[in-house]
Design a protein around this ligand. Structure first.
Ligand code: UT7
Length: 329
């Protein structure tokens, strides 16, 4: 019997309507379009506006569109892995909330927290349930409402992040298409450089934590940049070497969209030519768990069956990794 691989059989995405441009940010903090563009590659990002809306509210249209594309009902989903750093609530899991909202009555699910590498970790984890034969349809959702934890008076972070969500469906494939290999890594010594200071069990929410603005994302940009620029590139090269893939064998490099300069470094290290590197950071900024599925969604029409894709990500924690997959349709 041929080995079962977990193939992506459908992908969809959703970004909110509101466009926060660099020019609007110029009116909010001391910054300018030229600085943001040259340092990050970002021109605009989307923001989820509206009282009482959370990350699951972006996942609902993304997943409903995906199910329609694939022509299946929500009740056919076995498992939902919701990769997010901005869950609707600390508990219960946003996967459960989503399952209820879309009517996935036969699914179980859980949230996966690995910051910007979350979708990659979710794809690798979800694949295991398919490869083992345990499940036939696994939904991997990646999304974040980053605007819910961004300090819009901090020019060093508010220019980077945006809101968005994407999802893929994994199904068994015995023809050699799907997730072939993954290299996943983490290093908790990176915590000081990118984290949320309060709101967890170490420092629960209090008047003092609010006054001190400790519920916002905290980042030491340069330290994170240095670690990211080397490690995302190295891990992508590692998964390629392990699978005897040369730059010419790669049809698409799908990098996490954190900073155009980090993307360029990854392309240079792997040798993949610029026309094969998927970039939409200029329109969405860093949507954390949303970047990779949003890239797959926007480039879906260009993919051909059998294309070799290298996905790579890096995030706070630190977490990083790369996945090699063969596109299945
Ligand atoms: O996906 C999660 C992982 N996160 C990342 O991958 C982020 C990695 N880090 C980065 O992308 C970059 O470090 C940033 C984009 C965050 C910052 O770029 P940088 O080139 O590292 O700038 P910097 O922090 O070294 O700041 C350079 C200067 C400073 O001024 P001085 O001290 O040289 O006078 C900053 O105060 O730029 C200033 N600056 C700004 N100026 C205009 C910082 N933010 C801004 C801004 N507009 N928005």
């Amino acid at each position: 019997m041929n080995k079962i691989h977990a193939a992506i059989t459908a992908v969809n995405g959703y970004v909110p309507d509101y466009v926060l441009t660099n020019h609007e940010l110029e009116t909010m903090v001391e910054t300018n379009d030229e600085w943001i563009t040259t340092r990050t590659g970002i021109k605009e990002r989307r923001i989820l506006k509206g009282e009482g809306l959370g990350t699951s509210d972006m996942a609902v249209p993304a997943v409903n569109g995906l199910l329609k594309k694939r022509g299946i009902g929500a009740d056919e989903i076995d498992l939902i892995i919701f990769c997010t750093s901005t869950p609707d609530r600390v508990f219960p899991a946003t996967a459960n909330i989503l399952a209820d909202k879309i009517g996935a009555k036969n699914a179980w699910g859980y949230d996966l927290q690995a910051t910007c590498s979350g979708f990659l970790f979710g794809l690798a984890t979800g694949s295991q349930f398919i490869e083992s034969g345990k499940h036939k349809k696994v939904l991997v959702v990646g999304g974040d409402k980053m605007s819910s934890m961004i300090d819009y008076t901090d020019r060093a972070t508010c220019i980077i992040f945006g809101d968005g969500c994407g999802a893929v469906l994994l199904e068994p494939n015995k023809e050699g298409y799907g997730v072939i290999d993954s290299v996943l890594k983490s290093d908790g010594s990176g915590v000081p450089f990118l984290h949320q200071k309060a709101g967890g069990s170490v420092k629960p929410a209090a008047h003092e934590t609010i006054d001190n603005r400790e519920h916002y994302l905290y980042q030491e940009g340069q330290s994170v940049f240095k670690f990211a620029v080397t490690n995302m590139a190295e891990v992508a090269a590692e998964v390629m070497e392990r699978n005897n893939l040369k730059a010419d064998d790669i049809d698409w490099l799908v990098p996490h969209q954190a900073n155009k300069r980090i993307i360029d470094a990854t392309a240079t290290r792997t040798g993949v030519s610029p026309d094969k590197v998927i970039i939409n950071i200029e329109r969405y900024g860093n949507t954390t768990n949303g970047t990779l599925p949003l890239c797959l969604w926007e480039w879906e029409d260009k993919f051909k069956k059998g294309d070799n894709l290298i996905l790579a990500a890096f995030g706070g924690g630190f977490t990083w990794g790369s996945i090699y997959l063969k596109w299945a349709y």
